[in-house]
Design a protein around this ligand. Structure first.
Ligand code: BGC
Length: 732
């Protein structure tokens, strides 16, 4: 936006603020839930009197237009409403869950998906989505891990920026653009014990180095709004946390959009035990820096009395309202109110985008004896088994308010089509739902016995992940493990495709299958995407954006942990079985491990197989030393040593060996999707500057610190291909 436009907007805001009454200002700070397809007299009066600034969950076009007409033509100052909705991973056409999108490691795909979702939502009259959720999630028990981009701050930052740019487009006033809302500020993903809304305690250094980074990336990408978290942070609920909302967001980052609370989270300050009354909750939230209250009436009922009592100043109110008016102006809402919404994108192109996103989200975790890809010409019969094989609703995942399950193509439908009439496809659901405990698997076993290959579609139905849908036991639910084992006993080669909203603990089933493809909740086009990968039309290229624990007791388990003073080495890990009785306490170990479980994850961050294989060699760092103002280039050769053309996600990791606060053992600093034909080799280079190496040290300021660095390039966080360099302060 040009300086002139900005100045004109600021003048317009000042002029409006001068003319607004206190009640109208407080109205702008209030968001109400819609009446779902009708304009009640009460709501119409509220809009006409200017005592509501935003409406959420109204998706009926004519209703929105009627309300917007009242706001712009019948209210005293004609300030438009802003209509918001959770458009999380698609609007009508559902894309993979965000965690699945992150597995693509492809920001272009994520951006294109958000562009599509924005256009579909805007066609429905919406102007604002409550996405992306960028909470760093190291706990797969937490149901909202599905909405996250996983455990890594760099990957999440890249994806956050891509999604923001996708929703808002190059021009936020365009009819197919909507405002993004980065959430939940901040720390929500660290909810204790993986239980939603739970307490979070995150030391400031960890908060800054890990949890805040994707939020900052969203600000740099131009995000227009923020949402606070339901949770408290070090004892202060996020909705009234002045450190977050004022010190960090406004003073350090210079954010000038607006901040909305989460659903009724202002009044919940009293439930947290921060305040005694709604009036005190309104006081705490507004003085901490919260601009708009979602779905509660603490602001509406109490702000004016607080101003009259002199506890909240008009200047404070004006600042909050100004932030809201600025976003409305930047979205061009007054002009939009005069024009009909854009038309929805073509369904065929929407399906193509959803399919590409789903293909890229699939992660191949096991493929013994190259059972995949399936050779269609060699197949006479295929058994398709499991509760997720033919359920167009369950493959969509959480948060699909407006998704149309009729647009879903299930794996069964896609397999039948792809295999053609010459192959006998026998489908047995096996279990009514993924949670069902009782069933006999005879029919499924008979189908598997008669088939050349058994394709098992298991996992978690949608309702088992998402908000408030946490699980303490993250094994495959219900009797699915038994189902997998029963099919295994038939001796027929078995491929499991797992659809789930989180990493599941797969220790129970991993050895029971020949191949395992992780599909998350892949969205509407999950079926065709999976079929293309099973048939080898596409080679899988997804990589895990989050570590998969062996057992839930390892949680939180993440690759970018600290070294500790006593790290485990392979030689120091002792298994419970090998301990002699009455062995002295200090006779073994004394390092950081478990007696009963291998301390490593079952699948590490960045892991994912392909139908080809890749070899990495010759890592090179352009210079042994780097000055603070300079850079080094880290490069390595990657070659496709397998039989098919495929995409590999090349990953760059760094370790800062010594820091004023302890540093992670590895940190992702870059990645690139590289396409290679069989036998082809490419050199992949990454440039590192001091900014890439900077972190918040003991003084909580962001800077790179001189010293020794290790760098790795490879196809997974466990890569061992290492180089090194030294960062030094220039001689003067
Ligand atoms: C969720 C938010 C969501 C809001 C509005 C809340 O319960 O935590 O993420 O945007 O509802 O639906």
């Amino acid at each position: 936006m040009s300086r002139e436009t900005n100045e004109a907007t600021e003048r317009q805001i000042r002029s409006l603020l001068q003319r607004m009454t206190l009640a109208e200002k407080i109205g702008q700070m209030t968001q109400l839930n819609g009446d779902e397809g009708r304009v009640s007299d009460a709501l119409a009066d509220r809009v006409r009197s200017g005592t509501v600034g935003s409406i959420l969950n109204e998706v009926d076009g004519p209703t929105q237009q009627a309300l917007q007409r009242i706001a712009t033509e019948e209210s005293r100052l004609g300030i438009p409403l802003i209509f918001g909705r959770d458009v999380i991973h698609g609007f009508r056409t559902i894309l993979p869950i965000p965690l699945g999108q992150a597995a693509s490691w492809n920001p272009q795909t994520v951006r294109e998906g958000a562009r599509l979702a924005a256009a579909e939502a805007a066609a429905s009259g919406l102007q604002w989505t409550f996405a992306p959720m960028v909470d760093i999630a190291r706990d797969p028990r937490w149901g909202r891990v599905a909405e996250s981009f996983g455990e890594d701050p760099h990957l999440a930052s890249v994806m956050a920026a891509a999604m923001v740019k996708g929703f808002q487009g190059p021009d936020p006033t365009a009819p197919d653009a909507i405002a993004a809302c980065v959430k939940h500020f901040a720390g929500y993903g660290a909810s204790e014990s993986g239980k939603d809304y739970n307490t979070t305690n995150i030391p400031e250094n960890e908060l800054r180095n890990v949890y805040l980074r994707p939020f900052k990336a969203a600000v740099d990408a131009g995000v227009m709004t923020f949402m606070t978290s339901f949770s408290d942070l070090d004892g202060v609920p996020a909705t009234a946390n002045a450190f977050l909302l004022t010190t960090v967001l406004r003073k350090e980052w210079g954010f000038d959009g607006f901040v909305v609370s989460d659903w009724d989270s202002v009044r919940q300050l009293a439930v947290h035990g921060m305040t005694e009354t709604d009036r005190e909750s309104a006081f705490e939230a507004v003085t901490a820096g919260l601009d708009m209250e979602m779905a509660g009436d603490a602001y509406l009922s109490h702000l004016s009395a607080l101003v009259e009592a002199g506890r909240v100043t008009v200047a404070q109110i004006d600042e909050r309202v100004g932030n809201i008016l600025r976003v409305k102006a930047r979205l061009g809402l007054s002009d939009r109110a005069r024009t009909p919404p854009c038309s929805p994108p073509e369904p065929a192109s929407a399906r193509a985008i959803a399919k590409r996103a789903a293909v890229e989200s699939l992660v191949l975790l096991r493929n013994d004896h190259r059972v995949l890809p399936l050779d269609r010409a060699a197949l006479d019969s295929v058994a398709v088994i499991g509760p997720m094989a033919d359920d167009g609703y369950e493959q969509l995942g959480t948060w699909i308010f407006d998704g149309d399950p009729a647009r879903s193509v299930t794996p069964l439908a896609a397999l039948v089509e792809g295999l053609g009439p010459g192959v006998d496809v026998r489908y047995v659901r096996g279990l009514e739902t993924t949670r069902s405990r009782t069933a006999t698997f005879d029919e499924a076993a008979t189908a598997a016995e008669a088939a050349d290959v058994a394709l098992l579609f298991v996992g978690e139905e949608s309702i088992l992940s998402g908000e408030a849908h946490c699980r303490a036991d993250i094994d495959l639910p219900g009797a699915q493990v038994e189902l997998v084992r029963r099919i295994r006993r038939t001796g027929t080669p078995t491929v499991a495709v797992i659809m789930a909203g989180r990493p599941l603990t797969l220790t129970n089933v991993f050895d029971e299958v020949d191949a395992l493809l992780y599909a998350w909740h892949p969205g509407a086009m999950g079926g065709p995407a999976i079929a293309d990968v099973l048939f080898g039309i596409e080679s899988p290229s997804g990589k895990l954006p989050i570590s998969f624990p062996r057992v839930a007791g390892q949680i939180p388990i993440y690759y970018n942990h600290k070294n500790t003073g006593r790290p485990a080495s392979p030689g120091s890990v002792v298994s419970i079985e090998s301990i002699e009785s009455r062995a002295p306490q200090t006779s073994f170990g004394m390092t950081s491990f478990y007696l009963d479980v291998d301390p490593t994850p079952l699948f590490p961050f960045g892991y994912g197989l392909s139908y080809s294989s890749f070899e990495y060699a010759d890592i090179e760092v352009s210079a042994p030393q780097m000055d603070m103002a300079g850079s080094v280039t880290v490069s390595a050769s990657v070659s496709n040593s397998g039989p098919v053309a495929a995409v590999e996600v090349v990953q760059l990791y760094v370790r800062d060996l010594v820091g004023s606060t302890t540093r992670p053992v590895k940190e992702l600093k870059g990645f690139r999707r590289v396409e290679l034909s069989p036998g082809q080799s490419k050199r992949v280079a990454f440039v590192l500057t001091a900014d890439d190496l900077a972190f918040y040290g003991r003084n909580q300021r962001r800077a790179a610190e001189p010293g020794e660095f290790h760098v790795w390039i490879g196809g997974c966080s466990t890569t061992e291909l290492r180089g090194e360099f030294r960062l030094r302060v220039e001689d003067r």
